[in-house]
Design a binder for this molecule. Structure first.
Ligand SMILES: Nc1ncnc2c1ncn2[C@@H]1O[C@H](COP(=O)(O)OP(=O)(O)OP(=O)(O)O)[C@@H](O)[C@H]1O
Ligand SMILES: [Mg+2]
Length: 592
């Protein structure tokens, strides 16, 4: 281990000299506290180091030890159910060793190296293998089978496999003779530098939606499995609730949740709530398929910068096994602010609003790690979906982080302060938001929801757009001047907003709505619309139509149980009967 000396300390930034062999992004231990840091700038034999822990008490002359290795995570069985800090230290073990949040100089590995895992070999000696080839399996949790793979970069002939049995992640399970003739031991644990994307076979276009059970998302602005989405919004508009809802309900096999620089109590919610939540599909605890990376606002700023990379690398590892993985990051603004702080201390030339000039590149590189992919080393496809919350100051959408994010992500869920203020949740603006996946997912919808789904969706979005225009006209010339048809548009648009788009995250039933129930709900609203339109044409006065008793069943549809089409059949029959009675009365009236 080569050794330098501290020249100066400026908050989380330490400048050291006497480090001629230093390389960018190498990890160093700073002072005899052995605080963990990473080299982020080199000038001659001077290295600037971002330190992931409080630097109080450090001073010039203190030693700096270089490890010669980049910031990496350990990948192997034992990741699931873990709760890590920004540099993959297990929080429970840190706490056991050091008390609450006092983490200085504690170097605990991300995985348990003593634990024995039941390894079942699946590969045959004599076969040729390469990075990503599956060697065996481990039942990591009740929900997830861990696929032990050859690490990227190793290829050759599989010489030997251990028999099925219990092994630690450090004991070799396979021997591979590489092209150069040397023999490599492969273990259940591999390391990967967090700032580098793990290699994939081939990227494919997302063609399957990630179902979230949130109506406005699935029906109007869906994200594909392997896609990217962002949720920008002002303070208190519901970013965190949406991310939590996705973590709970999205149909991803693995969830990685990165709490980045958010308030400690929000993260505490996650930490307390998650272990108790059940996976709706298996009925098992959700935590068995989840990895949490928690880096709250009271933790050092530099570790925040690392936490999104730690999270995405773990997510890629499970994608490589062929799983569909969802990564939620709340909030990427705090990550960008950490970047800004380090850049300022390095005295780099600032770009917009003091963010470094490379802000856009970093954000793009992060989201580019998403994708639906053909995995390396086998006939598997995996997907990594990334959803980032963005919290611009004052909800200002011209904020550089928002703008840089919108340039790369394909789905925009635009949270509106106005809606949150009216307590219309999720406060996703239906006029402002978009999804560029709708066309790619068309075939899937036609297959799963039938050919009429797309048309119904388009008509309801059009109604909401018409509503915005009509409200404007009504504001200028008064609502009385609107035609009966326009009044119906306002009536149905309101029903769409209140009975379909509005969804209560904290209601036992309403919290999740399956795609088929979404279709039934939207169908009920749109068929009511059609029946009313016919009745208007038959001369029924709009007012009596809009006050039918059976409209209550539309408002209550959200509480109907899953898999109960009879609710919707009866509701529609009642509505049609009531409208028919009004039409009959109108025609008697007309005949007089
Ligand atoms: N889908 C929802 N259903 C019911 N209530 C909601 C929903 N979404 C948000 N809320 C309400 O809005 C509040 C604020 O939401 P949240 O904490 O997610 O906002 P945020 O955008 O993350 O705020 P911050 O900027 O402070 O991080 C919640 O505590 C909850 O009361
Ligand atoms: Mg929040």
């Amino acid at each position: 281990m080569s050794q330098g000396r501290i020249l100066k300390v400026a908050g989380p930034l330490v400048v050291a000299e006497g480090m001629p062999e230093a390389r960018m992004y190498d990890v160093v231990y700073v002072s005899d506290f052995r605080l963990i840091g990473e080299i982020i700038e080199i000038k001659g034999d001077r290295a600037s180091i971002q330190v992931y822990e409080e630097t109080g008490g450090l001073g010039p002359g203190d030693p700096v030890y270089s490890t010669g290795e980049p910031l990496s995570v350990e990948l192997g069985p034992g990741l699931l159910s873990s709760i890590y800090d920004g540099i993959q230290r297990p929080l429970d073990k840190v706490r056991a060793q050091a008390g609450d949040w006092i983490t200085r100089g504690i170097n605990i590995p991300g995985l348990d190296h003593e634990r024995l895992w039941d390894f079942v070999p699946t590969a045959k000696p004599g076969s040729s293998v390469s990075g990503g080839s599956m060697l065996g399996t481990v039942q990591e949790t009740d929900l997830i089978e861990h696929r032990v793979m050859v690490p990227p970069g190793i290829a050759g002939e599989l010489l030997d496999m251990v028999p099925a049995g219990r092994y630690t992640i450090d004991s070799p399970v396979a021997k591979i003779r590489t092209a150069s003739g040397s023999v490599a031991d492969v273990r259940m644990c591999q390391k990967w530098p967090v700032r580098k994307a793990r290699p994939v076979g081939e990227k494919m276009a997302p063609d399957e939606p990630m179902v979230t059970g949130q109506r406005i998302i699935d029906a109007f602005f869906p994200v594909g499995k392997g896609g990217t989405a962002c949720v920008p919004g002002p303070f208190g508009s519901g970013k965190t609730v949406i991310q939590h809802q996705l973590a709970k309900w999205a149909d991803a096999e693995i969830v990685v949740y990165v709490g980045c620089g958010e308030r400690g109590n929000e993260m505490t919610d996650v930490l307390q709530e998650f272990p108790e939540l059940q996976d709706p599909r298996s009925g098992k605890p959700l935590i068995l398929k989840t990895v949490l990376v928690a880096n709250t606002s009271n933790m050092p700023v530099a570790a925040r910068e690392a936490s999104v990379y730690t999270g995405v690398t773990i997510a890629e590892y499970y994608r490589d096994m062929g799983y569909s993985v969802a990564l939620m990051a709340d909030s990427t603004s705090r990550w960008a602010e950490a970047m800004r702080e380090m850049s300022g201390r390095l005295e780099e030339m600032p770009g917009e609003e003091g963010y470094p000039a490379y802000l856009g590149t970093r954000i793009a590189e992060f989201y580019e790690r998403a994708g639906k992919v053909r995995c390396q080393g086998g006939d598997r496809t995996g997907a990594l979906t990334i959803v980032g919350a963005v919290s611009p100051a004052g909800g200002d959408m011209s904020d550089p982080v928002v703008q840089a994010t919108l340039r790369v992500v394909k789905v925009f869920w635009s949270l509106q302060a106005r809606l949150a203020y009216m307590r219309h949740f999720p406060a996703i603006g239906w006029l402002e938001s978009y999804s560029l996946y709708v066309d790619n997912l068309g075939e899937h919808y036609a297959r799963e929801l039938g050919g009429d789904w797309a048309g119904m969706r388009d008509r309801s979005i059009a109604l909401l757009q018409d509503e915005a225009n009509l409200l404007e006209i009504a504001r200028l010339v008064g609502a009385e001047s609107l035609s009966a048809e326009d009044q119906l548009t306002l009536y149905t648009a309101r029903s769409l907003r209140e009975d379909f788009l509005h969804q209560i995250a904290f209601h036992e039933v309403d919290t999740y709505c399956s795609p088929s129930k979404q279709k039934a709900m939207l169908g009920l609203i749109m068929q009511t619309h059609e029946a009313m339109r016919a009745a208007l044409a038959a001369g029924v006065p709009p007012r009596s139509l809009f006050e039918i008793m059976s409209r209550e069943s539309v408002a209550r549809a959200r509480y109907a149980p899953e898999g109960a089409p009879e609710y919707f059949e009866k509701a529609l029959a009642d509505i049609r009967a009531e409208i028919a009675a009004l039409s009959a009365a109108a025609s008697v009236e007309g005949a007089r």
